[in-house]
Design a binder for this molecule. Sequence first.
Ligand SMILES: NC(=O)c1ccc[n+]([C@@H]2O[C@H](COP(=O)([O-])OP(=O)(O)OC[C@H]3O[C@@H](n4cnc5c(N)ncnc54)[C@H](OP(=O)(O)O)[C@@H]3O)[C@@H](O)[C@H]2O)c1
Length: 295
Amino acid sequence: MRIFVTGATGFVGSAVVEELINAGHQVIGLSRSDAGAKALIATGAEVHRGDLKDLESLRSGAAKSDGVIHTAFIHDFSKLAENCEIDRIAIEALGSELEGSDRPLIVTSATGLLAGGRLGIEDDAPASIIPRVASEEATFSVAKRGLRASVLRLPPSVHGDGDHGFVPLLIGIARQKGVSAHVGEGLNRWAAVHRLDAAHLYRLVVETGAAGVRYHAVAEEGVSFRDIAAVIGRRLNVPVVSLTPEEATNHFGWFAHFAALDNLTSSQRTRELTGWQPKQPGLIPDIDRPRYFET
Ligand SMILES: NC(=O)c1ccc[n+]([C@@H]2O[C@H](COP(=O)([O-])OP(=O)(O)OC[C@H]3O[C@@H](n4cnc5c(N)ncnc54)[C@H](OP(=O)(O)O)[C@@H]3O)[C@@H](O)[C@H]2O)c1
């Protein structure tokens, strides 16, 4: 297949590009910079210059393809609502180009949108009021128009070399504050996946995925936050401390919501539907390496 990948230069998207090319697919990677274009060419992908805000660039990329994997997102959390709206409009543009064909559209979402405190499953609609629900709403809106559109939810930690997500952020906070903290007993859990396992699932879904389905790229249903904080404390040689919710707001700032998130999530249905079997190291052994703690 010839697959248009948005976010092709990102942490997740670059793994998807590599996975697709290794499996014999052709990739058209979206890039908004010369540096990104150069990196894509080096992997064997074709470059499509454009931007999430340039809808014509998204439509023309999709027009050249047999399917689209959408992983691009503007990660400026100070403008989250605005960026989620940009994502909604981008998904609608990609969908409008693919409409009337059997070409798949796979949109990235997050298991963090599910109701916490119980095992989240693929059929669960997003419960969170976080504006990121816009990505799933847009996907199901275009799927209703007969498009083979589906959602692939990623857990709070997608880990592996090159990670610049939530675990590196926690390491940065612990380094700055001189303590590695968890909220209460730290028994809240984060689902997790290695980026290479996630990339493999994107490929399976673009090859065989059905319309209107939510897939979970979850290798581990729930790793306790206390275990994550313990690795960080030991590696940085700082105390591991328990905070009250009020103290956590002060300590973690905007990240306090995620530090307290209990995101136990199943991928049983995804595995049944696709045959996906994650093979890479789990979150704790993966982050318990010097590489995660290089400054
Ligand atoms: N990593 C995680 O732990 C995690 C967990 C849950 C969900 N997710 C979701 O997974 C997806 C991929 O995340 P990631 O970790 O790979 O993010 P990332 O490394 O920050 O990559 C983001 C990608 O989006 C592109 N992008 C940003 N602004 C753009 C714009 N205005 N126009 C076009 N492209 C733009 C970036 O291009 P440049 O290279 O040009 O900046 C990059 O390719 C996102 O939807 C993210 O929210 C990630």
